[in-house]
Design a protein around this ligand. Structure first.
Ligand SMILES: Nc1ncnc2c1ncn2[C@@H]1O[C@H](COP(=O)(O)OP(=O)(O)OP(=O)(O)O)[C@@H](O)[C@H]1O
Ligand SMILES: [Mg+2]
Length: 128
């Protein structure tokens, strides 16, 4: 069975790879990953880039299966729709913020884990 950690890692890879695709090839770009508390009881993961950004009509469709603006470069248009399903199954939300030419930020919020870590995820609680 896929662990929650593994599924979240897949979401993160999807978001970072979209950010990399959105950086124009003629200049270096920045991708920032931010992790922290979200709304009460929720954990937040944000991936922000300073790439080409999106128009409102593209943004309205980014989570649709098979929607891609990079079909000529073999984008299947599945990354974000899968990420959306995964996050939704965890009881979370994924939202996008962007303006053309001003980069994009994707924000994932999921319920905070409670109790002890599941054995085999490779993570132990941080010492306090
Ligand atoms: N960070 C971003 N900046 C600008 N546009 C984005 C960004 N992330 C997603 N998009 C837009 O959303 C579309 C859908 O993204 P999605 O990850 O679902 O598919 P894809 O990247 O095109 O293909 P795949 O992920 O299946 O390889 C992209 O084609 C692009 O137009
Ligand atoms: Mg993608």
């Amino acid at each position: 069975m896929a662990t929650q950690t593994g599924l979240l890692a897949q979401v993160l890879v999807s978001l970072v790879s979209n950010s990399a695709d959105a950086i124009p090839p003629d200049r270096p770009g920045n991708v920032t990953i931010r992790i922290g508390p979200g709304a009460p009881g929720r954990a937040c993961l944000e991936v922000e880039d300073d790439g080409m950004g999106m128009t409102p009509d593209v943004m309205a469709r980014v989570f649709d299966p098979f929607f891609s603006t990079r079909l000529s470069r073999h984008g299947a248009g599945l990354g974000l729709s899968i990420a959306h399903s995964v996050v939704k199954a965890m009881g979370g939300t994924i939202t996008a913020r962007s303006e053309p030419g001003k980069g994009a930020t994707f924000r994932v919020e999921i319920p905070e884990a409670s109790g002890t870590p599941v054995e085999g995820t490779g993570f132990a609680p941080l010492p306090t």
